[in-house]
Ligand binder design. Structure first.
Ligand code: GSH
Length: 214
């Protein structure tokens, strides 16, 4: 293993976006140290996360040379470039590559922010009723986005065809978030099916137990 892939530390929180990176690292069989933080302590100014990522968001990946990677899509693309043979990120020149980029960026730039606004509406709106309305509206808007995605896909059996990619892992994690798995089963059965398929991958068993066991 190349030196720069050794000694990584992943800051995360149970059930959060760090689970996406945990799953990628597990599939790639890369060693790393995990630092799970309580959700309530992510922003602790004297806590470990604020020292490496002032935004106090997870996933945050600290590399051995002290450099820091944030943004799940950046970490995904970096890992995919480090391990092109894994197929987690389709190779440049394949028919899957443009669609992979399109959907990855859509997930992090359009869908993920609906959680940022809905989870912490008070960061944008001080009025309590307005903050609650923002949460409700972003939850609703997200459902529309998922339904549009559902209508656009033909899993075969994975999102991009016969090989699992990081997009399928995103879906396995994000379907645990609002509006959650029961809603997907009823309203987006194709996305639900992908998530359930990812659930059964043996290399990911412990990741899912750590993050989503009741
Ligand atoms: N664009 C970032 C979003 C990361 C993000 O919003 N993570 C959430 C948890 S899933 C978080 O850290 N929330 C805590 C906060 O915003 O205070 C990514 O894709 O990694």
């Amino acid at each position: 293993m190349a030196d720069h892939l050794a000694g990584m530390t992943l800051f995360g929180a149970k059930g959060g976006g760090s689970a996406i990176i945990e799953a990628l690292l597990a599939i790639l069989d890369l060693p790393y140290a995990r630092r799970y933080l309580d959700w309530d302590s992510l922003h602790d100014p004297s806590g470990p996360l604020s020292k490496v990522n002032p935004a106090c968001e997870i996933p945050t990946l600290l590399l051995q040379d002290g450099s820091v990677m944030t943004e799940s899509a950046a970490i995904t693309l970096w890992l995919g470039a480090e391990r092109p043979e894994s197929g987690l990120v389709p190779l440049v020149g394949t028919p899957e590559h443009p669609e992979f980029l399109r959907r990855l960026i859509w997930l992090v730039a359009s869908v993920y922010p609906t959680f940022s606004y809905g989870d912490h509406p008070e960061r944008w709106l001080k009025n309590e009723a307005a903050a609650q309305a923002l949460r409700t509206a972003t939850d609703k808007r997200r459902e529309v986005m998922w339904q549009q995605f559902e209508a656009a896909i033909t899993p075969a059996p994975w999102l991009l065809g016969d090989a699992m990619t990081a997009l399928d892992i995103y879906m396995a994690v994000m379907t645990h978030w609002r509006p959650r798995r029961d809603w997907f089963e009823e309203n987006c059965p194709k996305l639900f099916g992908i998530a359930k398929r990812v659930d059964t991958i043996p290399e990911l068993k412990e990741v899912w137990e750590r993050n989503f066991a009741p």
